[in-house]
Design a protein around this ligand. Structure first.
Ligand SMILES: Cc1cc2nc3c(=O)[nH]c(=O)nc-3n(C[C@H](O)[C@H](O)[C@H](O)COP(=O)(O)OP(=O)(O)OC[C@H]3O[C@@H](n4cnc5c(N)ncnc54)[C@H](O)[C@@H]3O)c2cc1C
Length: 444
């Protein structure tokens, strides 16, 4: 039987990780799947700021031999401080390095672009090994996307929008993020509003030069009007990263500019400027740097909720199928675990994709449900409307920090990263990897 042909849409975290594990199956190289990874951006997308890897996510990067290279690339964040307009620290919550407690700062905090680069390069090196042994490995197509997708029971037929090329695959996996086009093409554009649950929160991520007031601590500033800013360290590049967000369901402009994506960054920046120019604290500097930066990413904060993550020969992976949102602290861990479990299920059921997709679903569904269960009232309760509300919030976090009760709170509401099953699928064991192209990627 010919090896299956698999198209993976999206080259970020989930996509290349799935490809890597599919190629680590115990099958001989000539029988391993023929994989194509399609990425819309013409080069790897490096925007985005600090993301975390927790619990099972760490076990999975270890299986790819990536723990050392990832730990050498972390942002150096010590923990989270709640600060007010004057810069006064109300509470400090240090990171738990034991991996037992899911503190807001995880054991591994890394820049998104750096992690995407590592996942991509790792998949390349695994693909080269397979090619040396006579397999097909991975074909990467950057700078294109699908504009047609149809399936007839035997194959999935797609058209690459820019090249106009038509191709057919045995399976297609959408790993193309929160606003997945694979999802809307396979399930229909009409239901998208129900699938992407908005949380009423919109945010911009960018980085700026580090200044004396910045430290290894994440500083979280709350302003009235349900607005917030986080400044975070990025030690590798000597920068400070910014996440500024608004919780507001009434202002349609926040969604309208999100829908434009990279096409209207100017409008996104203008809107953020309007929201943040009067908040005080470090807003002048932050707005000045935001206006100047090219490294800018704006999106809605939402969750993807679906009854099933596969339809015929098309499956969804990572944020495309079950985005839990940045406030869950689980997005990257779910993407890594989903990739691992989907590759495992396909390896175990090589001739039965329906059984494989059901197994993947059964493994991931309980943990996705838990990761998406936000504290009732979130994100509104953590982002008060009035100045009084902000004062009360700061007082509560002060009391939680002083009394030590925060540990109890974290046990109940912290990200459920240790509940993701990491079963053995017989993937080839790998030694620790050193990225020979490392110098070229330090710029991220
Ligand atoms: C540019 C960017 C910045 C981000 N910044 C942050 C951040 O600062 N903090 C945070 O918590 N999370 C951020 N995220 C989300 C975070 O990366 C994910 O939650 C998580 O890592 C899961 O990754 P994923 O691989 O499932 O999806 P994503 O990381 O969203 O990757 C999706 C990939 O698919 C590509 N793509 C999209 N549409 C198409 C298409 N039609 N055809 C082909 N390719 C397509 C995208 O360019 C991207 O490379 C960001 C995502 C992106 C894309």
């Amino acid at each position: 039987m010919a090896p299956p042909t698999i198209l993976i849409v999206g080259c970020s975290i989930a996509g290349p990780t799935l490809a890597s594990f599919l190629l680590l199956s115990p099958l001989p190289a000539s029988q391993k799947p023929h994989i194509t990874i399609l990425e819309r951006s013409s080069a790897l997308r490096t925007q985005g700021q600090n993301i975390d890897i927790r619990g099972a996510g760490i076990t999975i990067i270890r299986k790819l031999g990536l723990e050392a290279v990832i730990r050498a690339s972390t942002t150096g964040e010590e923990g989270v401080q709640f600060v007010d307009k004057e810069g006064k620290v109300w509470a400090a919550f240090p990171a738990d390095r034991s991996g037992k407690l899911s503190t807001p700062t995880a054991d591994i905090e890394i820049m998104r672009g750096r992690l995407a680069e590592i996942c991509w390069r790792r998949s390349e090196s695994i693909s080269e090994d397979v090619q040396r042994d006579g397999g097909k490995g991975i074909e990467y197509v950057f700078g294109d996307y699908l504009d047609e997708l149809e399936q007839d029971g035997e194959k999935v037929h797609v058209r690459f929008a820019k090249s106009g090329e038509r191709r057919s695959f045995d399976l297609v996996v959408g790993a193309d993020g929160l606003q997945s086009r694979t999802r809307s093409m396979a399930w229909g554009a009409q239901g998208e509003e129900d699938r992407v649950k908005r949380l009423g929160m919109y945010g911009a991520f960018f980085s700026m030069p580090k200044e004396k007031t910045d430290s290894a601590w994440r500083k979280w500033f709350h302003a009235s009007g349900r607005r917030g800013v986080m400044l975070r360290p990025d030690e590798q590049r000597g920068k400070t990263t910014v996440f500024m967000y608004v919780v507001n369901e009434a202002d349609d402009r926040l969604m309208q500019v999100a829908e434009k994506g990279r096409e209207d960054v100017k409008a996104q920046k203008r809107l953020m400027e309007e929201y943040f120019r009067d908040v005080g604290w470090e807003s002048r500097r932050i707005i000045r740097e935001m206006m100047a930066t090219e490294d800018f990413y704006y999106d809605l904060v939402g969750q993807v909720k679906m009854d099933r993550w596969s339809k015929g020969r098309v499956a969804l992976l990572g944020d495309a199928g079950y985005c839990a949102s940045p406030i869950s602290g689980m997005g990257t861990t779910l993407a890594l675990s989903g990739a691992y479990n989907l590759a495992g299920a396909l390896t175990r059921n090589p001739n039965d994709y329906t059984a494989a997709f059901s197994e993947y679903e059964a493994k991931m569904r309980p943990v996705v449900d838990r990761a998406q269960r936000l504290v009732p009232g979130m994100p509104h309760i953590l982002n008060p409307e009035t100045a009084w509300g902000v004062w009360i919030l700061n007082t509560i976090v002060f009391l939680l920090a002083q009394s030590g009760l925060i540990h109890l709170v974290i046990r109940y509401v912290g990200p459920p990263a240790n509940t993701v099953p990491v079963e053995e699928y017989g993937f080839k064991k790998l030694p620790e990897w050193t990225d020979s192209a490392d110098d070229s990627v330090r710029r991220f």
